[in-house]
Write a protein that binds this ligand. Structure first.
Ligand SMILES: Cc1cc2nc3c(=O)[nH]c(=O)nc-3n(C[C@H](O)[C@H](O)[C@H](O)COP(=O)(O)OP(=O)(O)OC[C@H]3O[C@@H](n4cnc5c(N)ncnc54)[C@H](O)[C@@H]3O)c2cc1C
Length: 495
């Protein structure tokens, strides 16, 4: 099978690349290869009854499939250069914001209309935060909510599926650079035949009529997957977080320079929604940063879910914690949750920041069989939480986790920073440092190593682009989506 453009990964980055290419180059043949399933087939087997915790499926439905890691996310599209990635460092601040707004409009046009856009502009909380040694970051936040986000994804797929070949359950194994002779010597039928033996292409058409002759006839890249292969002139890699290890291999194989990145480690806080309602009602998601007294580390709030639930997350077989919230009033809970994270950047000779985060998460999995939950009061007193203390708690946990002791898992420096920040937040949201505030651990934000890319997000191989979280450049829905549009714009302008 030959394509003008192959896209690896159908998360927000891949989806927005595909969508934009379809709009700009309707005559081109585009193939999207995704390791997970179609959106409607994505089901996590945890039902809270027969299956209570992660059973480590071959392909994690939470992280993989159409919609990527974003499919069951809270659908918070943060329109800002202050956090969510460093796309601006490659493409400029103005362009990055322009593309994030463009993505927002596409979401609105596909079912997101009527959802609320929150903004920090002109809020009094900035001053209140500064007075309490906290800093509120600037952003506009479109909150789609998990349910509307799902509808938007469904509508985008419906619009694309007849114009783009989506190949689900097709995990790409490797990317090969083709020599000129190899590319030209390969008759179209033979690669089509090779493809036909492969994992079934969900909506694939075998017709090559859309194929832009000059591109399909001179492919530069060949991808290999179980039972097949496909060639293309341009290749966009959007493998996200779940593809981080694979991305490292691709970079090693193709000699694409990379540099190690950071890891964020911390806990998810769950407390009565009223404690934070003055902030969440006005801002929905407030990103607040605190500098610790002793180490001057930055601790920040992350992924705030008013009236939401705490959930498990599985990254490469390690169970960590995350949060969701819903627009649908019937799904709202009495609690708000958010993460408190400490960023760790390592200097030479240590390069494996993700390995460090994984080891800490593994330790919590070893002690708790998964995620550990502890009352803040127990942590402050230096004792573990047990089932009796959790059941008497005034905050009802929304995730079934193992009561335990987070001080046996988190390094002292990180734990001290989190405790300091809880007391600092207590000044702007009294009740945060209550004994019954729940802390779930560990929450780890793994970042891919940063791939060396130019201002076009292109690697040292012409025509090979890396976008989204897999590039290490973005860490959010809006930045990943914007990077997809950006590369599609660039490729579509090529002759
Ligand atoms: C529970 C949860 C909640 C979140 N909430 C928010 C939020 O509210 N706001 C926000 O901004 N961000 C949120 N995020 C982060 C956000 O989802 C990601 O930043 C975003 O999805 C990144 O998009 P992406 O396309 O780069 O990668 P991903 O969404 O990770 O998609 C990558 C896709 O590539 C596929 N893939 C990987 N390797 C291969 C391969 N070798 N072959 C074929 N396919 C492959 C994967 O199966 C996956 O579907 C959340 C994440 C999670 C897990």
């Amino acid at each position: 099978m030959k394509y003008d453009v192959i896209i690896i990964g159908a998360g927000p980055g891949g989806i927005f690349s595909a969508y934009e290419l379809m709009k700009r180059r309707p005559g081109w043949k585009i193939g999207v290869f995704e390791g997970g399933t179609e959106l409607e087939k994505r089901h996590c087997p945890i039902d809270g009854d027969k299956i209570k915790s992660c059973i480590r499926c071959k392909s994690c439905s939470i992280m993989s499939g159409f919609g990527g890691a974003g499919a069951f996310s809270d659908g918070k599209y943060n329109i800002t250069n202050d956090f969510g990635g460093t796309l601006y460092a490659h493409i400029g601040r103005k362009k990055a914001l322009e593309l994030m707004r463009y993505v927002d409009q596409i979401n609105l046009d596909h079912g997101g209309e009527g959802t609320k856009l929150y903004s920090t502009a002109g809020t009094d909380f900035k001053k209140i935060c500064i007075q309490n040694k906290l800093r509120l970051l600037d952003a506009s936040v479109r909150h789609l909510g998990t349910d509307i986000n799902y509808i938007v994804l469904g509508n985008l797929y419906a619009e694309m599926k007849d114009h783009i070949d989506f190949h689900f359950n097709t995990l790409v194994d490797s990317i090969e650079l083709l020599q000129k002779e190899e590319a030209e010597g390969e008759p179209a039928e033979s690669s089509s035949a090779a493809f036909a033996e492969s994992a079934e292409p969900a909506e694939s058409s075998s017709d090559t009529s859309r194929c832009h002759a000059s591109h399909c006839d001179t492919p530069r890249y060949r991808i290999h997957f179980e039972g097949g292969r496909a060639d293309a002139r341009y290749c966009i890699v959007s493998a996200g977080r779940s593809g981080s290890k694979w991305m490292e291999k691709v970079c090693r194989d193709l000699e694409i320079p990379t540099k190690s990145n950071r890891v964020d480690i911390g806990v998810r806080v769950e407390l009565p929604a009223v404690v934070f309602s003055h902030l969440t009602d006005e801002l929905y998601e407030s990103k607040i940063v605190y500098r610790t007294e002793k180490f001057e580390d930055s601790v920040r709030t992350f992924c705030m879910n008013p009236n939401g639930i705490v959930v498990n997350e599985n990254t490469n077989g390690i169970v960590t914690v995350n949060g969701h919230s819903f627009e649908d009033p019937s799904k709202k809970t009495e609690n708000t949750n958010f993460a408190l994270l400490v960023s760790k950047h390592f200097s030479e000779p240590f390069k494996d920041s993700n390995g460090y985060g994984e080891s800490i998460a593994r330790l919590s999995n070893m002690l708790g069989g998964g995620v550990i939950v502890q009352r803040f009061g127990d942590l402050a007193r230096g004792r573990r939480s047990n089932p009796a203390r959790i059941s008497e708690c005034t905050v009802q946990p929304t995730l079934q986790a193992t009561p335990g002791d987070l001080s046996l898992v988190l390094p002292k420096r990180i734990l001290d920073g989190i405790i300091e920040m809880i007391y600092a937040l207590d000044k702007i949201a009294p009740g945060t440092a209550n004994n019954d505030t729940l802390l779930y651990g560990v929450e780890v934000k793994f970042y891919n190593m940063e791939v060396s890319l130019d201002e076009n997000l292109e690697t040292n191989h012409p025509g090979l682009y890396v976008i989204g979280d897999g590039s290490g450049v973005t860490h959010s829905l809006s930045h990943a989506s914007a990077s997809g549009v950006y590369v599609a714009e660039i490729i579509s302008e090529q002759e």
